[in-house]
Every structure is written in structure tokens, then in C-alpha cells.
Design a protein around this ligand. Structure first.
Ligand SMILES: C[S@@+](CC[C@H](N)C(=O)[O-])C[C@H]1O[C@@H](n2cnc3c(N)ncnc32)[C@H](O)[C@@H]1O
Length: 332
């Protein structure tokens, strides 16, 4: 008999899809709002096929995402509701959708990478963000996934960054503004400019309107490979360096060093590898980075090494209670 760790390795694909479909069809919302329910009751309420739903619920119960009562009802396991609540900063539905609709298909490239090498295979493919932003719907889907991944943790990261007294921050590749919004909420004297590709502009504008941040949140369209970065006391990079190889990261950080005022700082916000190669989420996303971008995940020491190579000193690492952490470098 396979061990449970082998089972998890072999059958993980099924739980990812079950998670996505239950979220997409409002099953979690139904169970959270209506309380424990049988597959028949959920299927009727959501107008979906009962037998298919029942099989999905069994999978989710087998990985302890749901709990099954002796009366045949299912409920969301203790502590997991915020992850399925679309109004919660911990909601993961958009990110899981991205894994299923985007990442899954691209994992097939790995076989090709193994035999022909990534550089050879990628030479025939468009650049990562040309694929990700190929139309408005794909752009929206990606930016929603990024917001899901980053907004909840950003409040804590903004606190760890200790930005009291800082007046201006440029969030490089700041997407639709998840970190910007959290930093602005925490520091009333701060102004933030999101520097990102022009395609992101309308989505940042939506955030600015929805959050009522017209005076304090700006957008600077640009390409960080071609354009200089706007000058600021603080420049932040959330999930940016994990998209690129070491040399590209150091080049970007040198640009940040040039744009950073003396005494200022740069913030890197990233998943981190432990020294032993875990945790699973970082290991899995490291493979995802391989097929979706040209990057990888790193240890805190590796990020500090990149910062030092670009000229920053006094490098420190601050771990959050989530899976995105902060590494700070100072400009003398
Ligand atoms: C992985 S997302 C990270 C989003 C956000 N910072 C976060 O932490 O969730 C990478 C971001 O880099 C931006 N980006 C990619 N290439 C860029 C370029 N050449 N110039 C400016 N921004 C770029 C993308 O548009 C996207 O918003």
C-alpha cells in the first residue's frame, strides 16, 4: 500500500482541481453561509450536478479541507473559512484558478526543458509578460491572482518595513496596488507610485478609484528593463526578483540603488526557501516560476547577497506569519 505521503504526491492534482471547482461554483460560499449540507442540498442550491459534486466533496474531505459528518453532511474545516471567503484578504480562489487555468498547462514544458534545456525551448516562446498580458481578460485574471496572493500579507509586511517618516515609495511592478493600498492605510503621510507596464494602468486606476486614493496613489507606466526607475526614499519589489535570473535581479537592484535617495532603502517581498529546500509551497512555486517566468525562489541569504552585489548594505530579513517575507537593504 502506498504511504500517505506518496498518495499526496500522486493525487495532489485532483485536490487542486476540486478546490478550484468548488470555489468557482460557489460550493464553499454555500457551505459557509448555509451551514453543513449534503451534496444533494448543495447541488440543488447551486444548480450543479449532484454526482460530480459528491465526488469532488469526497476528495476535499480526504485532504481535510472539508469535514464530513456522520449524517453525510459536509462543512468547511475549522480555520479554513477565510481562505474561501471572497471578501476576506486571505481568499485564495483567484490564485487557485490561475494554477488550474494557466500553470497546469505550462507544466508540460518541463518535459521539454529536461531534454532540450529551458533556454532552447523558451527561445521559440514569447516573453513571459507578453503571454500573461496577451488580452484584457488574461491581464485581469493574472492581476486578480496577484491581488489574492499579496493583499492579505501586505498589511503585515508594511508594518515590518517600519516606514514611519518615509514620504514617498515606488512599488516597482506593483500591479493593481495590493502593497500600495496596505502601505498607504498604515502610513498616513506616505505617497506611493506604482511603476509597472502600461497594460496594468487601467487596473491600478480602478484600485485608486475604489479605495478613494486619488491624491496619494500614482501610476508611472514604464518598462524596468528600458526605463530608469522614479526616484524615491523607498523602492519596493514584491514577487519581482523571483521572476528573473540573478544577473537580471542585480541589474534591477542597481537601477533601484540609483533611484533611491541617500539613507533610503529597498524592500524585497518574496517567498523564501529554508536552508533544507522547503517549504512545499515555495518548492512548488519555484517550479511554477520556471515555466511561467525566467526566475526562481531563493533563500533569505541569497536575496541579501543580490542586494549587497547591487550596493545596498545593512541587509535584514523579517519573516511574516504568512508565506511572503521581507528583506530590506539600505543605501548609505
Ligand atoms: C509577479 S507580479 C508581482 C505583482 C506584485 N508586486 C505582487 O507582489 O503581487 C510581477 C509584476 O511585474 C510587472 N512587470 C513585469 N515586467 C515588467 C517590466 N519590464 N517593467 C515593469 N513592470 C514589469 C508585471 O506587470 C507585474 O505587475
Amino acid at each position: 500500500m502506498p504511504s500517505s505521503s506518496l498518495d499526496r504526491a500522486m493525487f495532489g492534482m485532483f485536490s487542486t482541481h476540486a478546490l478550484h471547482l468548488a470555489d468557482k461554483h460557489g460550493v464553499f460560499t454555500q457551505l459557509m453561509a448555509g451551514g453543513p449540507a449534503t451534496p444533494a442540498a448543495v447541488a440543488a442550491a447551486r444548480r450543479i450536478d449532484e454526482e460530480t459534486l459528491e465526488r469532488l466533496l469526497v476528495v476535499l474531505a480526504s485532504v481535510s479541507v472539508l469535514e464530513r459528518g456522520t449524517d453525510g453532511t459536509y462543512r468547511v474545516a475549522d480555520g479554513l473559512s477565510p481562505f474561501f471567503d471572497t471578501e476576506s484578504p486571505r481568499y485564495i480562489g483567484g490564485f487557485v484558478r490561475h494554477l488550474v487555468t494557466n500553470t497546469t498547462g505550462r507544466l508540460e514544458q518541463l518535459d521539454d526543458y529536461l531534454t532540450r534545456g529551458k533556454a532552447v525551448v523558451d527561445a521559440d516562446l514569447p516573453a513571459p509578460f507578453d503571454v500573461i498580458y496577451h488580452d484584457e481578460e488574461a491581464t485581469r485574471e493574472f492581476l486578480e491572482a496577484m491581488w489574492n496572493l499579496s493583499f492579505g500579507v501586505s498589511e503585515e509586511l508594511a508594518g515590518l518595513a517600519g516606514l514611519d517618516g518615509v514620504r514617498d515609495l515606488v512599488d516597482v511592478g506593483g500591479a493593481s496596488g495590493a502593497f500600495a493600498v496596505a502601505a498607504l492605510a498604515r502610513y498616513p503621510e506616505l505617497n506611493v507610485t506604482v511603476f509597472d507596464l502600461p497594460a496594468v494602468g487601467p487596473f491600478l486606476e480602478n484600485t485608486r478609484r475604489e479605495q478613494g486614493l486619488h491624491d496619494r496613489l500614482g501610476f508611472a507606466p514604464g518598462d524596468f528593463f528600458r526605463d530608469p526607475l522614479p526616484a524615491a526614499e523607498c523602492l519596493s519589489f514584491g514577487y519581482i526578483l523571483s521572476d528573473w535570473d540573478d544577473k537580471t535581479c542585480v541589474d534591477l537592484l542597481r537601477k533601484a540603488y540609483d533611484a533611491c535617495t541617500s539613507g533610503g532603502r529597498v524592500l524585497l517581498m518574496e517567498r523564501l526557501f529554508d536552508e533544507d529546500g522547503g517549504p512545499l509551497a515555495t518548492a512548488a512555486m519555484n517550479l511554477s516560476m520556471h515555466v511561467e517566468t525566467q526566475g526562481r525562489h531563493r533563500t533569505a541569504a541569497e536575496y541579501q547577497g543580490l542586494l549587497r552585489e547591487a550596493g545596498f548594505g545593512e541587509c535584514t530579513t523579517h519573516r511574516s506569519t504568512w508565506d511572503k517575507h521581507l528583506i530590506v537593504g539600505r543605501k548609505a
